[in-house]
Design a protein around this ligand. Structure first.
Ligand SMILES: Nc1nc2c(ncn2[C@@H]2O[C@H](COP(=O)(O)OP(=O)(O)OP(=O)(O)O)[C@@H](O)[C@H]2O)c(=O)[nH]1
Ligand SMILES: [Mg+2]
Length: 227
């Protein structure tokens, strides 16, 4: 089994420099970056480390997923954001589970032993919305105990043959993580979660304003419901 680590970047030069040394590179066969035309030297940084950087044809993180599957050949892919949100040492857990044959794995921030960036706050609007979207998708499409508690988490891994079962051609720009969950519940691709602790973004700002992202997810849910 060949395992590739896929890193999504949009102007993440400073974060990439900071995290590079913490990525356990020996755990995977290849590392690729999918970059959204960064103007801050992100591409140059990764290329200087000998890592292949691919552009994307379609917009958003959805476009980044499409590029990743099209440009790589490895039979399993682990997706990673280098901004500080994701703990690089969790790669070990992904690799172990992939080798054991699990086909769709999520590093869950919501369950017991997990930590989400809002957990220290009294009000947790993003967390509650995310949990709600996971719950409703599970109620509507979950079969045989298949479920997801953290549908917007991008720290995830797939076997290529499982991803192909989801029949996603061009993913939506901003709701692609959620679409993958819904399709997995619909098609019976088993979702496996392990707990993770979400870190804070180190430099820069989010590319996903909460309100717009939430509306995009609701729209996607509706489209999947009537499909
Ligand atoms: N390739 C690619 N990467 C993107 C695109 N948009 C965002 N990213 C990257 O995808 C990851 C997730 O985006 P973020 O802006 O961190 O979203 P977020 O995690 O909800 O927001 P924070 O909590 O502030 O980190 C980051 O590594 C971004 O650099 C895009 O259109 N294409
Ligand atoms: Mg982030």
């Amino acid at each position: 089994m060949k395992i590739a680590l896929i890193i999504f970047t949009k102007n993440e030069r400073r974060n990439s420099e900071k995290i590079f040394g913490r990525i356990p590179k020996n755990l995977v066969d290849k590392i690729y970056v999918i970059d959204a035309n960064s103007s801050d030297g992100t591409q140059e940084f990764w290329k200087s480390k000998g890592i292949e950087v691919f552009p994307q044809k379609y917009k958003g993180v959805g476009g980044a997923y499409e590029s990743a599957w099209r440009n790589t050949k490895e039979d399993t892919l682990i997706f990673f954001h280098p901004d500080g949100n994701m703990e690089p040492y969790d790669l070990k857990k992904f690799v172990k589970l992939l080798k054991e044959g699990f086909e769709f794995i999520i590093a869950g921030r919501m369950g017991k032993d997990g930590y989400n960036e809002e957990d220290d706050q009294l009000l947790k609007p993003r967390k509650w919305f995310c949990q709600g979207m996971g719950l409703i998708a599970t109620i509507v499409w979950g079969r045989g105990g298949n479920k997801c508690t953290d549908p917007t988490q991008g720290y995830r891994a797939f076997a290529r043959k499982a991803y192909e079962k989801l029949r996603i051609k061009i993913p939506p720009p901003n709701a692609s993580d959620y679409q993958q969950i819904i399709r997995a519940l619909k098609t019976g691709v088993k979702i496996t979660e392990f707990p993770t602790k979400e870190g804070k973004r180190v430099y820069g700002k989010s590319t996903f304003p909460s309100l717009k992202t939430g509306l995009d997810q609701l729209k996607l849910f509706y489209q999947e419901l009537i499909a």
